[in-house]
Design a protein around this ligand. Structure first.
Ligand SMILES: Cc1cc2nc3c(=O)[nH]c(=O)nc-3n(C[C@H](O)[C@H](O)[C@H](O)COP(=O)(O)O)c2cc1C
Length: 268
């Protein structure tokens, strides 16, 4: 069997896939992905349910993604609570599954806007307080359709904001030094996917702590930042480090309208 790529390679290479081969997942792939859901976890609490559901294209039932997704019959459905913790957890936990799928050679695409909710969760009851807010097709990637190419171009999906526009050192004005202990983990955060590629995450490094903020850009901005923090923490762990997340009562006051989310302190 081919060696699986490591998590750093997966974060660097992953891209959203919207065009699939139409064959659907086999039972082995389904059980590996269900295991990945089981293995995923989050330090942020909140309420999240992840389901993997098959829609048989050959039987003619195709829930609507407004033509954005082609040839997928397997979809993750995310029931997410309405508070900040649930949004953070959804981003942080489900990105672990997205990366695992990429390591298995499968493409996927977080979708928070371009789908008809009622088509997807017909007959499903979510735990109290949760609602279907995200779907995600998963399967073997096919050559991108014209529509997918156009979507990527319009969103500038290949590009990310410069490091120094997002991450700061000590005072929100100074750039993070090249040899800073968090440089690589923040670089991996930078390449994370976000809704309309809006990259709302911001961070301030202070000693062995990183304070995370977000710049409100859409209803998905907290969830997006959870995805980014997942990349950050996976990188820390890949290089043998770890730390604790906590919400501190007096976080450094950020510029403009950034909102404080959580802080990470390296302990190892
Ligand atoms: C929370 C979230 C919601 C998204 N919603 C949609 C969507 O509704 N439709 C879509 O085509 N892409 C959606 N995307 C994919 C983003 O457009 C994509 O991640 C971004 O453009 C960066 O491209 P990349 O994932 O290929 O690196 C979403 C991504 C995230 C993280």
């Amino acid at each position: 069997m081919k060696n699986e790529m490591n998590i750093i390679e997966a974060m660097k290479e992953r891209r959203s896939v919207r065009t699939f081969d139409g064959d659907g997942l086999d039972t082995q792939q389904i059980s590996e992905l269900e295991q990945a859901v089981e293995n995923s976890s989050s330090p942020f609490g909140g309420s999240l349910t992840i389901k993997l559901k098959k829609f048989n294209l050959k039987e003619g039932y195709k829930p609507s993604t407004y033509g954005m997704i082609k040839g997928a019959e397997d979809f993750f459905l995310l029931g997410i609570g309405s508070d900040e913790e649930s949004a953070l957890t959804a981003g942080y936990r489900f990105e672990q599954v997205v990366l695992k799928a990429w390591q298995m050679g499968l493409g996927s695409c977080w979708i928070a806007a371009t789908f008809k909710g009622s088509d997807f969760d017909k007959g499903i009851t979510w735990p109290e307080g949760e609602e279907l807010k995200v779907i995600c097709p998963v399967g073997k990637a096919e050559k991108p359709s014209m529509k997918e190419k156009l979507t990527r171009l319009t969103l500038g999906s290949k590009n990310r904001k410069p490091f120094d526009d997002l991450f700061f050192y000590k005072d929100f004005k100074t750039a993070v030094p090249e040899d800073n202990l968090f440089r690589e983990a923040l670089e991996m955060l930078r390449v994370a996917p976000s809704s309309t590629n809006s990259q709302p995450w911001r961070a301030l490094v202070a000693g062995d702590t990183v304070h995370f903020y977000y710049k409100p850009k859409s209803p998905a901005s907290v969830l997006d930042t959870g995805i980014g923090i997942c990349h950050f923490h996976e990188t820390e762990r890949f290089y043998g480090h770890d730390g604790d997340f906590s919400k501190i009562s007096v976080a450094p006051v950020p510029p403009e309208n950034w909102r404080y989310l959580v802080s990470y302190t390296r302990t190892k």
